[in-house]
Design a protein around this ligand. Structure first.
Ligand SMILES: NC(=O)c1ccc[n+]([C@@H]2O[C@H](COP(=O)([O-])OP(=O)(O)OC[C@H]3O[C@@H](n4cnc5c(N)ncnc54)[C@H](OP(=O)(O)O)[C@@H]3O)[C@@H](O)[C@H]2O)c1
Length: 277
């Protein structure tokens, strides 16, 4: 029997780092892999895949920069095939809600895993609360104003710690094979309301300002964001955030038997709440 070793791709990112932390706390052997990790894995460089997969019994798949990038389904098909050849028994895919390209990637992983005899689980997530507190928009929140090209759309922001707990359960326990969990927070909130709750929870003054898309993309370009990042943001704000994902889903309750964490509670635990600098 293969010894237990969990490969966490994107293991330095928002979800992967939480998963690796939880697995280590349970004394489960973990290998973190990303471009900057001791075990170097680059989705764009297939020569790095074998070393990352060697000896792994299960894999957390967090594709970067985003499943919306054309060809992500092909890369994940090839990686899952290689994982099967390396003796991996189980994969857990991080995916995005209401995104056609992400759903194509899910199908590619499900199909390939099923054919190769691997168990699979999909964690299909809404917008992470942590985008505001440690991800792309944390700098603006810290600086006191978040300007985004959204108006009254609502989103049930999900806590990355909830995602990590579901992923860990799916990586370790047999009962989650073949399941697709829709992971969201318990309440849908507009961005203005979310920012107001973040301000209250952290004790920081933070304003929200809706801006036209052109102003937003010009600002990103000015800050030096590469064109592909600008393109991803346009896709996110024009297609994904059109209200299609407004309804909260029951994935956290289904997977963990407890309610999803509220945005305010997730923000109170964040570093942003701990430091006022
Ligand atoms: N943020 C959201 O609201 C949201 C919602 C739903 C789904 N998602 C999905 O979440 C995924 C990102 O996961 P995350 O938010 O946990 O991570 P993250 O915080 O965005 O960090 C990205 C991770 O991937 C690694 N990475 C970046 N480019 C890579 C490459 N070319 N090859 C290998 N590793 C690479 C990074 O480390 P290095 O820099 O060291 O390589 C890092 O560990 C994306 O697929 C996105 O579609 C995000």
């Amino acid at each position: 029997m293969t010894e237990q070793l969990i490969l966490v791709t994107g293991g330095t990112g928002m979800t992967g780092s939480r998963i690796a932390h939880r697995l280590r706390a349970r004394d489960v052997p973990v290998r973190v892999a990303s471009r900057s990790s001791a075990c170097r894995l680059d989705w764009a460089d297939r020569t790095t895949w074998n070393a990352a997969l060697a000896g792994a019994s299960a894999v957390y798949l967090a594709y970067a920069p985003d499943l919306a990038v054309p060809g992500s389904d092909d890369v994940l098909t090839a990686f899952t095939e290689q994982a099967a050849r390396a003796g991996v028994g189980r994969v857990v895919l991080l995916s995005g809600r209401g995104e056609p390209a992400a759903q194509r990637a899910e199908q590619a992983v499900q199909r390939t895993a099923t054919t190769a005899g691997l168990a699979w689980t999909v964690v299909r997530c809404s917008w992470f609360v942590q985008n505001f507190t440690e991800g792309q928009f944390a700098g603006a929140v810290r600086a006191g104003e978040l300007a985004l090209p959204v108006d009254d759309v609502v989103e049930p922001f999900v806590d990355a710690d909830d995602i990590a707990e579901v992923a860990v359960a799916a990586l370790l326990d047999d009962g989650h094979a073949g399941r697709t969990y829709e992971l969201t927070g318990p309440r849908a909130l507009g961005f203005g309301a979310a920012v107001a709750e973040i301000a209250a929870a952290t004790g920081r003054p933070v304003a929200f300002r809706p801006v036209p898309l052109a102003e937003f993309t010009a600002g990103l370009a000015e800050e030096g964001a590469p064109p592909e990042v600008v393109e991803l943001m346009v896709h996110l704000f024009t297609e994904v955030l059109d209200g299609r994902n407004a309804a909260p889903a029951a994935g956290v309750q289904q997977a963990l038997g407890r309610p999803a964490t509220d945005l305010t509670d997730a923000v109170r635990r964040s570093a942003l709440a701990g430091s006022r600098a």
